[in-house]
Design a binder for this molecule. Structure first.
Ligand SMILES: C[S@@+](CC[C@H](N)C(=O)[O-])C[C@H]1O[C@@H](n2cnc3c(N)ncnc32)[C@H](O)[C@@H]1O
Length: 261
């Protein structure tokens, strides 16, 4: 799958984040790749305070669960109002609820989302959101993994970061997404920089050779080796070349014979 959507027009990708903690994002969105992308007008990331859509004096966004039990539940009215207000600007914006029961976020899903233009991300808190919000306004639920966070904010940041780096112009060629782990279905090869010797360990000789063909072959092999060792499940989904298969067979035979290298 082509990791970047090169054909998209150069308008800013909009991420609206509905949250009760808008301040949570203030430093993260100013720093590094995301900060630069925002400054360059490639992404617009807008935390939206859910409390601005409440009507009571205390700006309440949660209530006790029907049926009893521990914890509070986010009430539907402010969430639906916030989504409707944002949809007035773009009725086609995709509404995503961050949720542990959602589809697990992967590179493939990040690529699909990067082909859109506008995401509205709802960050849950407490026990989560009233189910009618999901039924009425949510297009898709996304989980960032099989564990439970205290809120959807860190998950929203993960989605925004992973999607943004796939947008054209966000990464320079020095930090191209095309060679990152998962972009070709494999884990990435190891990296080395100066010094050449460090704590008794040398940089692999091939990387000093200047022979780009050999370097590319070494990197591909390291990538295959790491993927086989750490994420063999990924290999089942990758389009492997004949040479890749030969190399993987060699590693497996070496392992059987107790050799390494
Ligand atoms: C404490 S959690 C609620 C957990 C919920 N009671 C459950 O057991 O599924 C509060 C909020 O954090 C967010 N959240 C927690 N874990 C997440 C995950 N793995 N991926 C995405 N969002 C998550 C969701 O927005 C959720 O509504």
């Amino acid at each position: 799958m082509n990791p970047t959507n090169l054909s998209r027009p150069q308008t800013a990708f909009v991420f609206d984040i509905i949250t009760i903690f808008p301040g949570y994002f203030s430093s993260a969105l100013k720093e590094g790749v995301l900060g630069k992308a925002a400054q360059a007008g490639l992404v617009k990331i807008r935390p939206v305070n859910l409390r601005d859509f409440t009507t009571d004096r205390h700006r309440t966004t949660d209530d006790r669960p029907y049926g009893g039990g521990a914890g509070m539940v986010m009430t539907p009215e402010p969430l639906v109002k916030a989504v409707s207000a944002l949809k007035e600007e773009n009725s086609k914006a995709r509404v995503v609820l961050l949720s542990p029961r959602g589809k697990v976020f992967t590179h493939e899903l990040a690529v699909k989302l990067s082909r859109l233009h506008h995401l509205i991300l709802i960050c849950g808190r407490y026990e989560g959101v009233d189910e009618r919000v999901v039924e009425k306004v949510v297009d898709q639920e996304i989980s960032i993994g099989d564990y439970v966070l205290s809120g959807g904010e860190p998950a929203a940041l993960v989605v925004i970061d992973a999607v943004s780096r796939l947008l054209p112009g966000v990464l320079g060629c020095r930090e191209s997404a095309d060679s990152d782990s998962f972009s070709d279905g494999l884990l990435e090869h190891p990296h080395y920089t100066r010094p050449r010797e460090f704590m008794g360990l040398s940089v692999p000789e091939v990387l000093l050779s200047g022979d780009h063909k050999r370097i590319a072959a070494w990197r591909r092999r390291q990538s295959l080796r790491l993927t086989l060792e750490r994420r063999p499940d990924l290999l089942e989904k990758v389009d492997l070349q004949e040479e890749d298969r030969r190399f993987l067979k060699e590693i497996k035979n070496d392992a059987k014979a107790g050799r390494s290298g």
